[in-house]
Ligand binder design. Structure first.
Ligand code: NCD
Length: 289
């Protein structure tokens, strides 16, 4: 079944195909697929959920509403039985966000398509694809670019998905964060070593909900040591861009005044997300209508 649960499952050719298709959708191409989909969000979401819904509506898909707070999940029904129920009534694909890492492994026997909208600190493939799309549109390539990912690396599914994909596509990726958030990555604590030559500064939100470590840093201290301040932004290359998956903590990861500055692509990322998700829905649903 054509699922999309992790970036590591995609080869370079498929990634580039999805980016091409996203570009075609952006230029107004009509969707060649039909089907019924359900968005199952067990964790809060504004962008990912709304952007999937927008993509689904633009494609003319039937979208059934599912509110986790009023479902039989509250009676103890498992994720597997919930998804099997949707499959039984004729749903062709589900988009799932769940706090449990690799929740999708228990759905391996389901026949409908599973698109991962974020699993705990695991993966967030559609965010990664929309980030790649944004970078590709900006520079016309990914290979050879220098990307600096700054923030809560260990707990961020965005960092993990992007680290894998960017490296596969030939980018040089550096990680900057407090040492306690390094996870499995080789990281630096000095953002100033990278700011002058990086092509992309990709900022991450501190994942307060996934650990207690954030209490160690005051917002002001974090901003001073790891944040994109106005002074740091002035040192960036003329062509360099700023990205952030959002939600943003203004004045923490990034100075308030920079959120919508000329080199910020933060709202562009959100706009691009709709077209990328159309491409992903097509990839997952094709041949099952
Ligand atoms: C991210 C997420 O949920 O992983 N947001 C998003 O999907 N745009 C990042 C975050 O929550 O910090």
């Amino acid at each position: 079944m054509p699922n999309l649960v992790a970036m590591n499952d995609l080869d370079n050719k498929t990634i580039m195909h999805l980016l091409e298709r996203a570009g075609e959708y952006q230029r107004g191409e009509r969707a060649p697929v039909a089907g019924t989909v359900v968005n199952l969000f067990f964790e809060p979401s504004t962008r990912t959920k709304m952007s999937f819904e927008m993509a689904e509506h633009k494609m003319g898909l039937t979208v059934l509403q599912f509110d986790t707070a009023f479902s039989s999940v509250l009676k103890g029904e498992t994720l597997y039985d919930t998804v099997k129920t949707l499959e039984a009534i004729g749903v062709s694909g589900v988009v799932i966000r769940h706090e449990e890492e690799e929740y999708y492994k228990e759905l391996e026997n389901c026949k409908l398509s599973v698109i991962n909208g974020g699993d705990g600190s695991g993966q967030h493939p559609t965010q990664s694809l929309l980030d790649l799309f944004t970078i590709y549109q900006e520079f016309g390539k990914i290979e050879g670019l220098h990307i600096t990912i700054v923030g809560d690396i260990a707990h961020s599914r965005v960092a993990k998905s992007n680290a894998a994909a960017l490296k596969m596509l030939g980018a040089h990726v550096s990680f900057v964060c407090p040492e306690v958030w390094s996870g499995d990555y080789e990281t630096s604590e000095n953002i100033d070593d990278y700011i002058e030559y990086t092509d992309v500064v990709m900022l991450l939100r501190v994942q307060h909900e996934r650990h207690a470590v954030s209490a160690l840093f005051s917002k002001a201290d974090y901003h001073k040591q790891f944040g994109l301040t106005e002074e740091r932004e002035r040192k960036m290359k003329p062509s360099a861009i700023i990205m952030h998956p959002a939600p943003i903590n203004r004045g923490v990861e990034i100075a308030d005044s920079l959120v919508e500055c000329e080199r910020s692509r933060i709202f562009k990322q959100m706009a691009n997300g709709v077209f990328v998700r159309m491409a992903v829905l097509e990839y997952a649903l094709k041949g099952r209508e």
